[in-house]
Design a protein around this ligand. Structure first.
Ligand SMILES: Nc1ncnc2c1ncn2[C@@H]1O[C@H](COP(=O)(O)OP(=O)(O)O)[C@@H](O)[C@H]1O
Ligand SMILES: [Mg+2]
Length: 400
């Protein structure tokens, strides 16, 4: 029977009952659990007990329950510190980590528990024809493009950029977060058996065969950024499709909507931005689309949405896997795992990745002076100064 929680249901994560999830009510549908249906499963809003933190539980349909969710979580959790990738701070339920839970609810196999992002998806803005002021549209587009440039600089790609996978964080003028990150491209991951085919309204003509590569986001990001840039224009809002600006049949064609968008871009944001979109729209390959860095630099030259700009942050390359275990690199699991090894989890690092034990080790490797090193250096320096002073004092006493 499929997993169908009711409002107020409390599901214990282990046999001690020390931690549990409470299923919350949909704010617009009294009596219904707060869940968002995606193509691969349902994302529920839950409260983590006993601490009360709001989280999202993504429950996959059986066809999408895959061990690769665990592998990618292990390799990708380091990217949670990049802007827009908060949901890589996650925990995956497996027979090893949560045997008690999965015995009761087998449908929660490979389900993912991650931070809840409060806000509206970009697709719901389009669907509700929500009017945004011009300045906010520009700030959103700038933040989104800068975020996608950060992904590009870190050799990552989301691979399914679409309005439903982008949440505009509530209470912050232009901050956006990406969700649905399970099929992301990263050099350290292996290609999925069925690479993502993209989503209607953002698909390049080549998407049908599946795209999983560094340039995967170039086309879809260009379309989504342009949707943001022109969304203040009522004429374009009125002709938008249901959840996106362009209909499937209008993609990459020189129709009247494309011309209208092109004119708005040219008039409002200048030739360079209009030409970037033109190059992406009529590209025959993803590599032929302008890069996200091209877009970010053009926005910067134009001073577009400067208040929402992001630093081009690049993480150091991942540490090479160690062949011989060393002290402090224990790979033992908690008792629930029956003593099996869990190579993705080191002692001191929770499965949700909340304690960045790995980072401190990485930053040490990258030559960053940690507090302990600083104290040691200070002690050595003080001892040296003391010795020099003692030498001069003794020398003075002797010469007297
Ligand atoms: N961490 C999250 N916080 C809040 N809402 C989320 C979160 N993750 C997903 N959602 C919502 O659930 C919807 C479906 O999730 P998604 O991961 O995109 O599923 P699918 O892979 O089936 O498309 C999203 O469009 C978004 O509205
Ligand atoms: Mg999705």
């Amino acid at each position: 029977m499929p997993f169908r929680p009711r409002v107020g249901d409390i599901v214990e994560l282990d046999e001690t009952g020390g931690s549990a999830l409470e299923f919350l009510e949909h704010p617009m549908a009294p009596g219904m659990p707060y869940g968002s249906q995606g193509s691969r499963g349902i994302v529920f809003q839950v409260r983590e007990l006993p601490y009360g933190r709001l989280s999202a539980l993504k429950v996959f349909k059986p066809a999408y329950q895959s061990e690769s969710t665990v592998r990618s979580q292990a390799l990708m959790s380091r990217y949670r510190q990049l802007p827009g990738l908060t949901v890589w701070q996650r925990q995956v339920f497996t027979e090893r980590t949560n045997p008690h839970l999965l015995r009761r609810f087998p449908d929660l196999r490979y389900a993912v528990l991650m931070p809840w992002i409060t806000g509206m998806t970009w697709s719901s803005i389009i669907l509700s024809q929500h009017n945004l002021p011009e300045q906010q549209c520009e700030a959103l587009a700038r933040h989104f493009i800068d975020l996608m440039r950060v992904l590009e600089l870190n050799r990552l790609a989301h691979c399914d950029i679409t309005g439903g996978n982008l949440i505009i964080v509530s209470g912050q003028n232009a901050k956006v977060e990406l969700v649905d990150v399970e099929d992301m491209y990263a050099p350290e991951l292996t290609k999925p058996e069925h690479p993502p085919g993209g989503s209607e309204g953002y698909n390049h003509q080549l998407s049908a065969k599946g795209i999983w590569e560094p340039a995967a986001d170039r086309f879809a990001s260009a379309v989504l950024a342009v949707e943001m840039l022109v969304w203040w224009e009522e004429g374009l809002r009125r002709v938008s499709s249901r959840e996106h600006l362009f209909e499937a049949s209008e993609m990459q064609a020189r129709g009247s909507k494309y011309e209208q968008v092109n004119r708005t871009l040219r008039d409002r944001y200048g030739r360079e931005i209009a030409e970037l979109f033109e190059a992406a729209w009529f590209s025959d390959r993803l590599e032929a689309c302008p890069s996200l860095t091209d877009w970010a630099e053009a926005f910067q030259r134009r001073g577009l949405g400067a208040e929402a700009a992001l630093e081009p942050m690049v993480l150091p390359p991942p540490a090479a896997p160690k062949v011989h275990p060393v002290t402090g690199d224990s790979v033992s699991l908690n008792s629930a795992a029956g003593g099996q090894s869990a190579p993705w989890k080191r002692d001191g690092e929770s499965l949700a990745g909340e304690h960045p034990a790995t980072e401190s080790r990485e930053s040490r490797k990258a030559g960053v002076l940690l507090p302990a090193d600083g104290i040691y250096a200070l002690l050595v320096l003080m001892t040296l100064i003391g010795l020099v002073m003692a030498y001069f004092l003794i020398a003075r006493l002797v010469t007297r």
